[in-house]
Design a protein around this ligand. Structure first.
Ligand SMILES: Cc1cc2nc3c(=O)[nH]c(=O)nc-3n(C[C@H](O)[C@H](O)[C@H](O)COP(=O)(O)OP(=O)(O)OC[C@H]3O[C@@H](n4cnc5c(N)ncnc54)[C@H](O)[C@@H]3O)c2cc1C
Length: 335
């Protein structure tokens, strides 16, 4: 196999996985990221990092579930801190129609009655009579996942440039013979006018009184919110989905929904400390399906929407395969 020389631009979850995949295949990889190392990742810093192909299939095309399971497998092989404990979906008694709808739209679940819910999550005992358990899903702590990929890149000998934004046409950023993989997320909008931002607001709580061991989604007719246990008594509450590329502070209505969801799920969240409330903007194409767009020596991998963590490993493998062999038979390619 010819050793390739590749520049990856952007150190969010797509760029870091891309660089990691190429480096572990033995290629010479350089990464340029605009932000300092401790702040790398735009949208990627605010994710829940659920790897949830079955649940996400509710509102997504089948390709998302397919790539999601491929991504989940690659995460589990590479990263020992993936928590494979599944997902629990519950709804208040008045919202049972939403639960039934969710069950019809998804696969890979088991119906969970009150006793099963209590066995899975004792914290929720007596609170919900009906739920759905998705045993094949997983999650991780996103900022630790980003740190892991950066440390793996160093171990594999990649060259990392932080606080080093690539400017102008990206092929100018490359040296002779180098391929460029553009993973700038929303910053690539000037080249892809149909790339839009979808705002997601989230909160991080410290809640030593709460004991949940897997992501729990609470269905509601107006929103779909969830709680993700990040370990060390930390919980991520997410996420709004608003058609806006405003990355500014969390709005009051969203804060009420996020915190209200946590409290409705488990009243012991009442004593939690609010450590952070932030918004990230998800880079998304009109069909919410990510793309690998090939333009000569520059390949753009973008449009992760709400699935960047789940899909990054599979997208990275497809792009690396293309660079090595020219194979591009997935529908995510635009040649
Ligand atoms: C609240 C919230 C919850 C989410 N939950 C989940 C979840 O549970 N599971 C899941 O799979 N996904 C989730 N997502 C979606 C996921 O976060 C995104 O799909 C993903 O972060 C997009 O990654 P990216 O690498 O494409 O873009 P980004 O993370 O935005 O990264 C782009 C990077 O490029 C850098 N950059 C930009 N311009 C330049 C330049 N000129 N030169 C160098 N670097 C540059 C930026 O600084 C940034 O680091 C969530 C998102 C949000 C907001």
């Amino acid at each position: 196999m010819t050793k390739l020389s590749v520049l990856v631009v952007g150190g969010g979850i797509f760029g870091l996985w891309q660089a990691f995949e190429l480096a572990r295949r033995g290629h010479a990889v350089a990464l340029r990221e605009a932000m300092p190392e401790r702040q790398t990742g735009g949208a990627s810093r605010f994710a829940g990092a659920m790897l949830a192909p079955d649940c996400e299939a509710e509102g997504a095309e089948p390709i998302i579930r397919e790539l999601g399971f491929a991504g989940l497998k690659l995460w589990r092989e590479a990263y020992p801190e993936v928590v494979a404990a599944g997902t629990l979906v519950v709804a208040a008694p008045r919202d049972q129609a939403d639960l039934a709808h969710f069950a019809r739209q998804t696969q890979g679940h088991e119906h969970a009655h009150a006793e099963r819910i209590a066995a899975l999550e004792p914290e929720l005992a007596g609170r919900f009579s009906q739920g759905l358990f998705f045993p094949h899903e997983a999650h991780l702590v996103p900022r630790r996942g980003l740190d892991f990929l950066v440390s793996e890149l160093r171990r594999l000998g990649a060259t990392l440039h932080f606080e080093s934004p690539a400017a102008g046409p990206l092929w100018l950023a490359a040296s002779a013979g180098e391929a460029v993989i553009d993973c700038r997320g929303l910053a690539a909008q000037s080249e892809f006018p149909d790339l839009r931002g979808v705002r997601g607001e989230m909160a991080i709580l410290s809640a030593p009184d709460v004991h949940l061991s897997r992501p729990v989604r609470l269905l509601h007719p107006r929103f779909r919110l969830y709680v993700v246990p990040w370990g060390d008594s930390l919980y991520m509450i997410g996420a709004t989905q608003i058609e806006s590329q405003d990355g500014g502070p969390v709005r009051l209505r969203s804060a009420l929904d996020l915190l209200g969801t946590a409290y409705a799920l488990a009243p012991s969240f009442g004593e939690a400390q609010i450590l952070e409330m932030s918004a990230g903007v998800r880079p998304s194409f009109p069909d919410n399906i990510p793309k690998i767009i090939v333009r000569g020596r520059t390949i753009s991998v973008n449009g992760a929407f709400r699935h960047g963590y789940m899909l990054a490993p599979a997208m990275a493998a497809l792009t690396a395969d293309y660079l090595e062999t020219g194979k591009a038979d997935s529908p995510v390619f635009i040649l």
